[in-house]
Write a protein that binds this ligand. Sequence first.
Ligand code: UDP
Length: 240
Amino acid sequence: MEKRQERYRGKAKTVYATDDPQHLIMHYRDDVSAFDGAKLAKLDRKGETNNRINAYVMGKLSAAGVPTHFVRLLNERDSLVKAMKMLPVECVVRNVCAGSMAKRYGIEEGTRLPEPIFEFFLKNDALHDPLVNDDHIRILGWANADEIAQMKKMTHEVNALLKPMFETAGIVLVDYKLEFGHTLDNPQGPLVLGDEFTPDGCRLWDVKTGEKLDKDRFRRDLGDVIEHYREVARRIGAPL
Ligand code: UDP
């Protein structure tokens, strides 16, 4: 698969065209960002670490029947993915209250939730990704009712697969963010999981000590960010 022109440069990944319009190359850079791009840095080995963690998790999800855009690892920092038209919303599931939910409702971070809570956010850095509901999404035309139902169902299915996987590795899956879209070759077909699953987009706490193993280490200046991402990889069995 030949890597061609740059298509899109995000905050941590760059997407390249290939010689096949149905496939793209996702390149994981060493950049890290937080607070909608207000805090930026480069972290040595971040790209290769996240590329491998994502490949491992996406592989587990596909094996369990969740359709994903991931095709295969190409090299240290590149993965081949199906070209997608993404929906402009982020899907978050929370097993433990943390981050923006703790702040919004004045609930102590670390409060266990009796059931997973699903939230939608609009993907818009300039507006700081506001929380939105099903009506906003449907009536303002960001996704239709069927797509909304599929996003909720699939995000909960991913939780049912990944929560126990992390638990076995001694890690609490506190919350995570997923993004969905349609593959270009089947734009009316079922939704497919896109983007990534890495410690950049979830919260992972050591089950015994509560130590943070995710991007909060960067957001909150806790240090040794990538060492902790690599610890996650080792514990879940993702080859580094
Ligand atoms: N998240 C993300 N990208 C975003 C916003 C959130 O990957 O633009 C992830 C975040 O890492 C966490 C979960 O979604 O695992 C819930 O994030 P929250 O709403 O608590 O926002 P935060 O306080 O992390 O900005």
